[in-house]
Design a binder for this molecule. Structure first.
Ligand code: ZN
Length: 217
């Protein structure tokens, strides 16, 4: 038995939706997947599909793990007072894996986050976790962009925040109007990132400069 997983996840009976309704059980979720398989035209009892409802339910736990995270708490508990550092902090090319709330298919892309601290900074891994806590939900890109920026602004109270997301939506590339290669860019600028053209320009230049990420070829 995996006690770490049990300990980190609320008991199923206490898991509620964001609107407060009780979540269906795992068994009910698997039955729903079975229905979708049959509705699509296949036989959920054939060998290759017999384990699929359980696998899909587990995949959904990963895709939508953000509902079990509190982004405010992630930031609020970890800030450090650093009056000495008041230059822009930018984390760019954060891998984005989300799902569109209209079709439940992947949104894949990159997130760039910048802020001008006013005494408080957080570890860069915390910024990436805030992105993930909102990304691992059913989203539209515009809302995701705003939620990340607004949360950083509200919790760290910096002089300004900028968030830019570039992403491809598989609901556009694999179905519907089928436009492969199209990506969407959204941004939200707050405080000095919105009001001061120099700050905005510095941020946009930092995220646009040639990639030299040692982890990517
Ligand atoms: Zn969609």
């Amino acid at each position: 038995m995996d006690t770490a997983v049990v300990a980190s996840r609320p008991a199923e009976s206490s898991r509620n939706t964001s609107s407060g309704r009780k979540r269906p059980s795992r068994a009910e979720a698997e039955t729903a997947v079975r229905t979708l398989i049959e509705w699509a035209g296949d036989d959920p009892d054939r060998e290759g599909l017999s384990g699929t409802p359980a696998r899909v339910a587990r995949a959904y736990e990963e895709f939508f793990a953000g509902y079990n995270e509190d982004p405010v708490a992630l930031l609020a508990t970890t800030f450090e007072e650093t009056a000495a550092y008041d230059e822009m902090i930018v984390l760019r090319d954060i891998r984005l894996e989300s799902h569109c709330e209209h079709h439940l298919v992947p949104i894949l892309g990159r997130v760039h986050v910048g802020y001008l601290p006013a005494g408080r900074v957080v570890g860069i891994s915390k910024l990436a976790r805030v992105v993930e806590a909102f990304a691992k939900r059913m989203q539209i890109q515009e809302t995701l962009t705003a939620q990340i920026a607004d949360t950083i602004q509200d919790v760290l109270n910096p002089r300004g925040v900028g968030v830019v997301i570039e992403a491809a939506h598989q609901c556009m590339t694999t179905r519907g109007i089928r436009k492969p290669g199209v990506s969407m860019a959204t941004s939200r600028m707050l405080g000095s990132f919105r009001d001061d053209p120099d700050t905005r320009r510095e941020f946009l230049a930092m995220i646009a400069s040639p990639r030299s990420n040692p982890h990517e070829s």
